[in-house]
Design a binder for this molecule. Structure first.
Ligand code: CA
Ligand code: CA
Ligand code: CA
Length: 361
C-alpha cells in the first residue's frame, strides 16, 4: 500500500472543509479519490482517554474504500487499562497513559498487518462506513481475556407514544453483538407519570442479551384512562451492566401523549322558575367528564328584564374551578323580595371561555 503525500492531502482537506475524519462519507470518499488518487483511507480515532489511575485508552481504526460503493475493508478497536492483570495481558501496572496508547497502536498495527497479508479483516469489516460504531473500548481486569468491551445504552434519548397504544417499546442496544451474555439493570428514576397502573406499570428489572443479540425491547404497559390530562414522562435509567459498560445514552425519557378530549362545561338546565321570595336561586354548572387538570370557567350574572335595583345578585361575576375529579359546581343568585307587584323578571347567567375545557351547548 502506498500513502498519499501530505501536501496532496491538504488540498482535499481545505476543499472539503474536513474537521472530523470520522465523518468521512461517500461523497467525501469520492472527493478524496479524485483529489489524491487514494483508493483507501485509514481513519483512526481516540475514543477513550483517561489519565486518572488506572489510565485507560480506547482506539478505533478503520480502512475505508473510497470507491463508489464505499465500505469498510478492515476495522478494529483496541482498548487497554493500566491495571489489567499482567497474567492476562502481559501489562503489569501501567501508570503512563501514553505507554498504553503505544501498546494500543501496536495492537491496531498488528491487526492491520493481518489484513494486508490477507489473514484478517478485523472485527467490524463489512459494515457501511457510516454505521461503524464509535465505541468506548478498553480492557478491564474484571472482564477476562479475549474481549473488547462493549457498551450498552438506550438507542434513543427520548421517545413518545399515545396513551391508548397499550405498550411503550423502548429499545436498548449493544454497540455490537458480544460472544458473552451481557446484562444491564433498568429502573424508573423520574418523570411526572405515575406507576402502579395509574399511568403505566413497570418496576425495575434486568435485561439480558444472549450471545449474539444486539437489541432488547423494554416494554412498558400503559394505562388508557378517560382523563384529559397533560402529557407525562417516564424517565428510565440503565445501571450495573455486566460484560459491558454503559454507553452515552444511559437514560431515556418516554412521554405518554394524552389522547382524551377536552371535557365540556354546561348548565344542568337552560331555565328555571322561582318565586321572588324563595331565597337564592342555584344555577348548576356541570363538567361532562372528570378531568385530570383543574378546569376553570368565568361567569357573570346580568339582570335580563329585571333592573339592578330590584334584584340583588350578590355575585355579579366570578370563576368556578372544577378540581380533578369534580364535575358539579353551583352559582347562587340572590333575589330581593320587594313589596311591589310586578311582571316576572329574568336573570341570565353567562359562562365565559373555560380553561382546559370547551363550552358545551
Ligand atoms: Ca393517565
Ligand atoms: Ca385515554
Ligand atoms: Ca388520559
Amino acid at each position: 500500500m502506498g500513502t498519499v503525500q501530505e501536501g496532496n492531502l491538504e488540498g482535499f482537506i481545505q476543499k472539503y472543509r474536513v474537521r472530523y475524519t470520522g465523518g468521512l462519507d461517500r461523497e467525501m470518499a469520492r472527493g478524496l479519490r479524485e483529489e489524491t488518487g487514494a483508493n483507501k483511507a485509514l481513519i483512526t480515532s481516540l475514543d477513550h482517554y483517561s489519565e486518572v489511575y488506572p489510565p485507560k485508552v480506547g482506539l478505533s481504526s478503520r480502512l475505508v474504500s473510497t470507491e463508489d460503493a464505499a465500505q469498510i475493508l478492515w476495522a478494529q478497536t483496541a482498548g487497554l487499562a493500566g491495571d489489567s492483570s499482567p497474567g492476562i495481558l502481559g501489562l503489569g501496572l501501567v501508570k503512563d497513559p501514553n505507554v498504553l496508547l503505544d501498546m494500543a497502536m501496536d495492537q491496531l498495527a498488528e491487526s492491520l498487518a493481518g489484513y494486508a497479508s490477507g489473514k484478517s479483516r478485523g472485527d467490524f469489516a463489512g459494515e457501511s462506513p457510516g454505521k461503524f460504531p464509535p465505541k468506548t473500548v478498553y480492557r478491564d481486569k474484571t472482564i477476562g481475556p479475549n474481549l473488547s468491551l462493549y457498551t450498552v445504552a438506550f438507542s434513543l434519548p427520548s421517545s413518545t407514544g399515545k396513551e391508548s397504544s397499550g405498550t411503550a417499546s423502548v429499545e436498548v442496544s449493544l454497540s455490537s453483538p458480544s460472544s458473552q451474555v451481557v446484562t444491564v439493570m433498568y429502573g424508573v428514576t423520574g418523570g411526572k407519570a405515575t406507576g402502579g397502573n395509574e399511568d403505566f406499570s413497570l418496576t425495575g428489572g434486568t435485561l439480558t442479551f444472549a450471545p449474539g443479540e444486539e437489541r432488547k425491547i423494554l416494554e412498558i404497559p400503559l394505562t388508557n384512562d378517560n382523563l384529559h390530562e397533560p402529557d407525562e414522562t417516564i424517565v428510565l435509567t440503565l445501571s450495573d451492566p455486566e460484560n459491558a459498560v454503559l454507553g452515552r445514552i444511559s437514560t431515556h425519557s418516554f412521554t405518554i401523549v394524552d389522547d382524551d378530549p377536552l371535557p365540556s362545561v354546561l348548565f344542568s338546565r337552560a331555565d328555571a322558575r322561582v318565586d321572588e321570595g324563595a331565597g337564592p336561586v342555584t344555577v348548576t354548572v356541570l363538567l361532562s367528564e372528570v378531568s385530570g387538570i383543574p378546569v376553570t370557567v368565568p361567569y357573570s350574572v346580568s339582570g335580563g328584564t329585571a333592573t339592578g335595583e330590584e334584584i340583588d345578585y350578590s355575585q355579579r361575576e366570578g370563576t368556578l374551578t372544577f378540581q380533578p375529579g369534580e364535575t358539579k359546581k353551583s352559582i347562587e343568585v340572590h333575589l330581593v323580595d320587594d313589596a311591589r307587584n310586578e311582571a316576572d323578571e329574568t336573570v341570565t347567567v353567562f359562562l365565559g371561555a373555560p380553561g382546559h375545557a370547551l363550552l358545551g351547548e
